[in-house]
Design a protein around this ligand. Sequence first.
Ligand code: SF4
Length: 328
Amino acid sequence: MSDTTDRDPEFAFELRVCRWAERAWHPDGPRPAIVARQLGTRNRRWDTVVIEVDPDAFAARHALSADGFDSDLLRVVRHAPAEWQWYRDAIPEPDFPWRHVVPAVHRAAGRGVVEKRRGSRNRVEYKQVAPYPDWVERIVAIENKPNLDASAARALADQLEHDVSRALADEVWVATEATGRRVEPALLEDLPMEVGILAVDGDAADVLWHPSKLTPDPADARQRLVLAERAYDRGWRAYLDTMRPDCRHFELSRRGMALVPRCAAKECYQSQRECAHSCTDFEPEPPIWRTNGWPIEGGPGKGLRQILESRRERARKRVFEKRRTHDD
Ligand code: SF4
């Protein structure tokens, strides 16, 4: 059974790293942060992304909307003026025709994050309901490799070199499973020296190597904010969207402090790829589970979603609580 072996498969390990980061970020001392997974740019996708936040500004961001803003909405909301203004006077000129901005103004108004009206000469005017706060402090990328042997390190080295030279994140780490050996093998591998190394052991993580601070280009500010908004929107528990929680064999199993998908039919922590429409062992959840026979209304597929969503909301609230502790 793969869940009783020493090392988790990569997907389960990744979820454990996300959960650890959510509870215990940063290794040098607590910093309020939110966590997401499988995010990045068109050219590079990171396993785990930690967004360190200013807790007051994060509370203001959350008050504005519990959902993230895509790049079009972000343009509108971020530049929303305090007083009524024609949208073209408020927003910096985009590198595409202005007419494509108008639908985003309507969308933002539909979501209640700005107000809009027809002004003089029938122009679309809008204003903020609250200022868009400066909530993102730092962005950290973590690559997860539970079994960081020489060949895994070689495969990773080029990507990590790219992350360091591109400097879209402020800090880059590799997380690997602790082996308990006197010298962790990860330390002996040939990784860029700017990249930190974490050894994850159960629910804890030790720093084997501290990362260098990178210096993001100010020209990347908008791209970094779009990334942070996607992290805020998706979190790290959105994996159910691409799996089969409606299968009767799908379970969420406790792995330390993390809940990790487990397949009762295959008796393992299944990957996202195998728990898909192509799975030949798929069996739909029995209709009775969708009725009052199941403790959570709507059947287990829906119930599991609710569990994960409420965990995510609790994690967000803990970031605000750090603000209150700080105020006291
Ligand atoms: S049987 Fe297939 S679809 Fe069902 S939980 Fe297992 S891996 Fe997922």
